[in-house]
Design a protein around this ligand. Structure first.
Ligand code: C2E
Ligand code: MG
Ligand code: MG
Length: 418
């Protein structure tokens, strides 16, 4: 073990510490020199045994692991790190191909390790510095990561009461044109405001509502509030509203009439309403889906395939169903910066959507890099914390008044105009 700045007493060091495992001493030395220049203290070990001894003694916040070691394979190393409840941020490095490296990165994440990214060997000093910088959580992400809380248990009666007393509320997240930065619409997202637990996540209560059948009154409520909100605040503007529709709702023969009634009641043309449907919803009963979706389109509603890339639909089904829009699942956008695979998938999704004549939205846009990436691959719209999280009805209206695309560090059309 080379320990140029070793503290013999084993006392805790101040500052940022990086521990490197690589059987090639010259790699360890180079990483330490680069890290040192960025103000990070670094040490390296050439065997797993040395590495774990130093991990316990020195408590580094960052770790770089070579996947191919003579005495232990990289996956086993990641498992052992998880077993010792390692809290350091992990970077996996290797000369193996991209797919292997990224799969190893996923192994690390799935074992509960904090993974900052993968380092392709041979690497440049710049790519290492970028990865180390990315290991420090971005302030923007922290600001908006206000995930509504989970709740220990839900009962049918509680959800019914929440719906009756208006504790299930509709929030609105803006959608922006990648082209000129203008607001194109909002997605309506359900929230449960519980007096005891605060905001409860839809990821928690929507599956329950789907299983209990309460998704029907819940969706009716979201549709009603969203269409009314649009009519009250943007009666004539060319702004659309998207509502999420579960498979169960598609099977309800009365839903389409109730949706049309809401449009008539509030004077909103169906063309301003988008129904977001997940891929898996359309495969449960492909014939019903085809009939129902075609009826919606005939009435003038827009149809968007949500979370594309994570469901189970076949491409022939996609081509056969009358969608007008597609949303790239946020996992691809969130990981695009670190994952060449995600970038390739996102790029292919945009090409596929355009080839089928669909408009594409990228969700999960948390930073300027992601927006620029989506602009580069020709994506039409973007949604994410970079612009705003889902907002309460009043905050969403206030947000529109203050939205200035030029304050985002990306170029939109019109910015060059004099
Ligand atoms: P979804 O339809 O894919 O909605 C997008 C989700 O991504 C929302 O989560 C949104 O808050 C989140 N999101 C948006 N931008 C970002 C970002 O930049 N970074 C990250 N990390 N996340 C971002 P939310 O509101 O928790 O909703 C989760 C899911 O619950 C929705 O996914 C949708 O499938 C479902 N859902 C929400 N409301 C309803 C509803 O009224 N009916 C039905 N059937 N499902 C709903
Ligand atoms: Mg959606
Ligand atoms: Mg989605």
């Amino acid at each position: 073990m080379k320990t140029p700045n070793y503290n013999a007493a084993g006392a805790k060091h101040e500052g940022r510490r990086l521990l490197v495992l690589d059987d090639d001493a010259s790699v360890g030395e180079t990483v330490c020199a680069i890290a040192d220049r960025t103000g990070i203290q670094a040490r390296w070990a050439t065997s797993a045994q040395e590495f774990f001894a130093q991990l316990a003694l020195w408590e580094p916040q960052y770790i770089i692991i070579d996947l191919v070691m003579p005495d232990i394979d990289g996956v086993e190393m990641l498992r052992r790190l998880a077993l010792v409840n390692c809290e350091a941020t992990v970077i996996v490095a290797s000369g193996l191909g991209t797919r292997v490296l990224e799969a190893a990165g996923r192994v690390a994440a799935e074992n509960g390790l904090k993974i900052a990214g993968v380092l392709h060997k041979p690497f440049t000093s710049r790519s290492l510095r970028q990865l180390l910088a990315a290991a420090v959580p971005g302030a923007n992400h922290e600001l908006h990561s206000q995930h509504p809380a989970a709740k220990p248990e839900i009962t049918h009666g509680e959800l019914e009461e929440a719906l009756r007393h208006g504790r299930v509320v509709t929030y609105y997240q803006p959608k922006i044109s990648c082209f000129d930065g203008s607001l194109t619409g909002f997605e309506a997202l359900a929230r449960w405001e519980d007096p005891e637990f605060g905001l409860i996540s839809p990821d928690y209560f929507i599956p329950f509502a789907e299983a209990s059948g309460q998704i029907l009154p819940l969706t009716d409520y979201v549709v009603h509030t969203a269409v009314r909100w649009l009519a009250d605040n943007f009666p004539v503007a060319n702004i659309s509203i998207a509502v999420n529709i579960s498979a169960r709702v598609l099977e309800d023969t009365g839903f389409s009439a109730r949706l049309m009634d809401a449009c008539l009641q509030y004077g909103i043309p169906p063309g301003r309403i988008t129904l977001e449907i997940t891929e898996s919803s359309t495969v449960q009963n492909p014939v019903t889906a085809l009939e129902v979706l075609t009826q919606f389109r005939i009435k003038g509603f827009q149809l968007s395939i949500d979370d594309f890339g994570t469901g189970y639909s076949s491409l022939s089904q996609l081509a056969g169903l009358p969608f007008s829009q597609m949303k790239i699942d946020k996992t691809f956008v969130l990981s695009a910066r670190k994952s060449a695979e995600s970038r390739k998938i996102a790029t292919s999704i945009v090409r596929l959507a355009h080839a089928l004549g669909l408009q594409v939205t990228g969700e999960g846009v948390e930073d300027e890099w992601s927006l620029r990436f989506l602009q580069d691959i020709g994506c039409d719209s973007a949604q994410g914390f970079l612009f705003a999280p889902a907002l309460s009805p009043e905050s969403a209206v206030a947000w529109v008044r203050t939205w200035r695309p030029q304050e985002i560090g990306c170029m939109f059309r019109g910015m060059y105009d004099f």
